[in-house]
Design a binder for this molecule. Structure first.
Ligand code: FES
Length: 580
């Protein structure tokens, strides 16, 4: 892809604040000088906002203040002026009702922080799940030169000398406690073994997936995704990122130059190859919506269909991000896509190089971590998009995390009206359910929960777990943690709270899941379905004020990215009026 750098030097937007001798200029510049910045920093060089999602309540990003110092070094070295700016940090592990409800709020706040302040380019310092898409959405809507650097994953967890992965083993251990094969004391002991260093989840969960998506989209330097948080090379990556953004501003290399349809297709295929999180579906659709790229669920199914999952990481496989890094990391995977004819090789990246040029010479150092195609975890690793009378606008399933024998299944529905109903009844020994049933959970979508919680991989009833059974078909309008696994149909659209057919499924109905045929079918007649829908009334749109109200009124469906309707599109970065 050809990109023509802008002429340099030229006047940058920050100069409307800092250049000149007007009262306004002196006001903006003078107040900054209370921090001891020397005058030459205001001379027209690129001002780079280091947008930092550091927070002690976002533990996965708690080391980002330290890492930001390295970004600053790089910016100064390249002749820029770094300014570190704290931004909304949507923590996965702390926010209630779910961090996803705040992804769009964070994106809106960051977008305005970028546009309203004297910045010419930005470094997006992210890590925990929602922090990456929210800042990418903001950067896409401002179209200001931007580059991602993630905090990197935690070191491997170990418990009783076994590798334990963030999230993945939380679900496994919790089910083992329910099944009576692990004690509560052991569960608590395992807790500290899982998270033993700074960084984000060490599985191929949503954080690692989104770091990989940022790299595959071309929005991060090659090799960024897998470097462990505490590895000294993470600091080098931060410094190099700081150097690079200064040149990007000089060249005027913007998100819209990089985030083309080809970049999204590269990312979708990468997601299939790494066995990435289903959350990437929603986030990439939302990012695409911010740059006006027509990306659809059908693109996910079409692009991912023939891509084998070759990264042997939990939850689909057995290793963790640390081993992925030692094996060569994401550049090896992108090279493999290129060799298989599955990469738009000339897609532009933040480095100024093409997607192919920056990976063509890398090597795979461990073929048990990054597998040969014939040993792939699944030959068809892409997210499957299902349609049918139960999901007219689509639903998704991750085949690499599912049980092959359940991917063609017909069973009796056991319905939970919402998450409270599920929690109230799931442990009831008298619940009318067996392993052939299909568990259905309603009202957990973007509007219904609200925020679309990661509860789609709802735990099985204890009486079934005690039989040694660990998977059943589950269907909901919820999401699933990227660290989770199972034959789980997610993001069913339209969601129940918006009056989708999911809302009127009844216990005892028969449901057919046909993954190969891409079909999700409720076995009731069209007339019966229409009659049930005619009687349906909304019950979960309850917020009356505040952000929850804004979210419930304006959030769109999962099938288009669950963005707020009024935030879609690119609004650029015009310099606003001065009020002084
Ligand atoms: Fe933050 Fe997993 S909870 S990355």
């Amino acid at each position: 892809m050809t990109f023509k750098p802008a002429a340099w030097p030229r006047k940058l937007r920050s100069q409307t604040w800092f250049g000149g001798t007007s009262k306004d200029n002196i006001y903006h510049r003078g107040w900054m000088k209370n921090q001891g910045f020397p005058p030459d920093l205001f001379d027209g060089r690129p001002v780079i906002g280091i947008l930092n999602t550091w927070s002690e309540l976002t533990p996965c990003n708690a080391h980002l203040r330290d890492l930001a110092e390295r970004v600053k070094h790089g910016i100064y070295e390249a002749g820029g002026f770094p300014v570190e700016v704290p931004v909304f940090s949507a923590s996965e592990s702390a926010f209630r009702p779910t961090a996803m409800m705040f992804r769009n709020l964070a994106a809106m706040a960051v977008e305005e922080a970028m546009r309203g302040q004297p910045m010419d380019g930005c470094v997006l310092m992210v890590g925990c799940d929602k922090t990456t898409p929210s800042l990418l959405m903001a950067a896409a809507s401002t179209d200001m030169p931007s580059i991602v650097v993630t905090g990197g994953p935690m070191l491997n967890g170990y418990y009783k000398n076994e590798r334990v992965g963030s999230g993945t083993h939380l679900w496994k251990f919790s089910e083992a406690v329910k099944a009576g094969t692990m004690t509560k004391e052991e569960f608590v002991e395992a807790e500290a073994s899982m998270s033993r260093s700074p960084g984000s989840c060490n599985t191929m969960g949503t954080a690692s997936t989104m770091a990989s998506m940022a790299e595959a989209l071309g929005m991060a330097l090659s090799g960024n995704a897998a470097i462990p948080a505490v590895d000294s090379r993470r600091r080098v990556m931060a410094q190099l990122t700081g150097r690079r953004i200064v040149q990007m501003v000089k060249d005027d290399l913007k998100p819209s130059d990089i985030l083309k349809k080809e970049a999204f297709e590269n990312a979708i295929r990468t997601n299939a190859a790494i066995g990435g999180s289903t959350n990437a579906v929603i986030h990439l659709l939302a990012i695409a919506g911010r740059v006006g790229i027509d990306l659809t669920l059908e693109d996910w199914d079409r692009c991912g269909r023939d891509v084998p999952t070759i990264v042997n990481l939990m939850p689909s496989g057995k290793y963790l991000m640390e081993e992925f890094f030692y094996a060569g990391g994401l550049p090896v995977v992108i090279k493999r896509l290129g060799e298989a004819g599955l990469l738009h090789k000339d897609a532009l990246t933040v480095s100024g190089e093409t997607a192919w040029d920056q990976v063509k010479a890398v090597q795979n150092y461990n073929e048990d971590v990054i597998l040969p195609a014939e040993k792939a975890l699944t030959q068809s690793g892409g997210v499957v998009v299902l349609k049918g009378n139960l999901a007219p606008k689509g639903a998704v399933l991750k085949p690499s995390a599912a049980t092959p024998a359940l991917m063609q299944h017909r069973g009796r529905a056991v319905v939970f009206e919402d998450i409270d109903d599920y929690k109230a009844r799931i442990n009831d020994e008298d619940l009318d359910i067996d392993e052939t049933c299909v568990m259905v959970l309603k009202n957990c979508g973007p509007k219904g929960y609200p925020g679309m919680a990661e509860v789609g991989n709802m735990g099985l009833p204890p009486k079934i777990l005690r039989k040694g059974i660990t998977d059943m078909v589950r269907i909901s309008d919820a999401r699933m943690s990227g660290t989770a696994f199972g034959t789980v149909v997610l993001h069913t659209s339209p969601e129940a709270a918006a009056g989708g057919p999911l809302a009127v499924v009844q216990s005892g109905d028969m449901i057919e899941l046909d993954v190969a045929g891409r079909r999700l079918h409720l076995e009731v007649s069209d007339a019966e379905l229409a009659a049930r829908l005619a009687k349906w009334a909304p019950s979960h749109i309850r917020a009356e004020s505040g952000y929850a109200w804004l979210h419930q009124q304006h959030v769109e469906g999962a099938d288009t990215g669950a963005d707020l309707d009024f935030l879609k599109g690119c609004r650029g970065n015009p310099v606003g009026k001065d009020s002084h």
